[in-house]
Design a protein around this ligand. Sequence first.
Ligand code: AHG
Ligand code: MN
Ligand code: MN
Length: 331
Amino acid sequence: MKLKQTFSDFMLHHQEGHKRSYNFLVLLEAIQTAAKYIQYFYKTGSLKNLMGETGITNVQGENVMEMDDIANAIVIHYLRRSNQVIYAITEEEADPVLLNEDGGRYFLYFDPLDGSSNIKHNLPVGFMFAVAKRNLKGPEDGHLRKGSELRAAGIFLIPTGVFTLALADTGVFRFHQDETMTYVIPENADPLLIPENPKSWELSFNASNRKTFSTKVQNWIEKHESKHSFRYIGALAGDFHRLLSNGGMFMYPAIVNHPKPGKNRPQGKLRLLYEANVAAFIAREAGGMAIDENGNDILQIKPESPHQRTALYVGSRPLVKKIQKRLREKE
Ligand code: AHG
Ligand code: MN
Ligand code: MN
């Protein structure tokens, strides 16, 4: 009988193989448990009337869906119970959440439910997270860490049951839920590498924003679009997931030419700590790259506030390099 390697088994051997602590294992077990409960609520939510809005606007000025709240409460609960996290920064709360001042070794940045506009259609959403380590030697300096300091980042696709995990300097691994809801690694699965072959590349962006991008970006799209297919489901978690397998580029450029100037978003839309950095870190470990509107590495941005936004261009290295060159040219 051939039994599959579970996610927990994989992590245990990874930690032991790298002479790392079991604390990280405990943390990831808690994250995995949270993902399963989010998935359970998501799958059964329509029958329980849980897929609507709460009527509340969050710190981002966006309508909070009931499912956003449920997912956030689940993640906070299991992180707190794990005793491994000092602070968590979540999309759904204005301030960092203090979870375990004394024992927590890690910072967690997370978007409990990415792609809220998909909720009412029961389409895929994601739970995205990134992990940084607390300063264990001296007093803690703060909880805003650069992406380059992350130790891990991952995306659970919900309700699809696929989990992508990037571990610092180790690679990107994909786990699938089996019939017992256990995340397992497929046989002979190699670490994931984002394709560098243009034949399978796809472009992913919200086409209705197109005329609001800078002239440089609009021109770049016009020049390159016919070479690639377009795909967009409106959830970074899902769109990026697809890109990781097929290659190409996901972008959410700065909005600078909106007919109503008040609607411009020169800083972009996506949040640095729990959206852009998650994709950028996974991309880096898969051999890809991610940049902002100035062509600078997303992972080198020093965060100044928990919910800061950034433009994002992420995907296959040769393609991101092409748009980087354009972004760095004078208008
Ligand atoms: P969230 O649902 O967590 O607020 O995130 C939505 C984000 C991201 O996932 C997605 O790529 C993007 O917003 C979609 O924005 P548009 O509707 O402007 O295309
Ligand atoms: Mn999101
Ligand atoms: Mn969200």
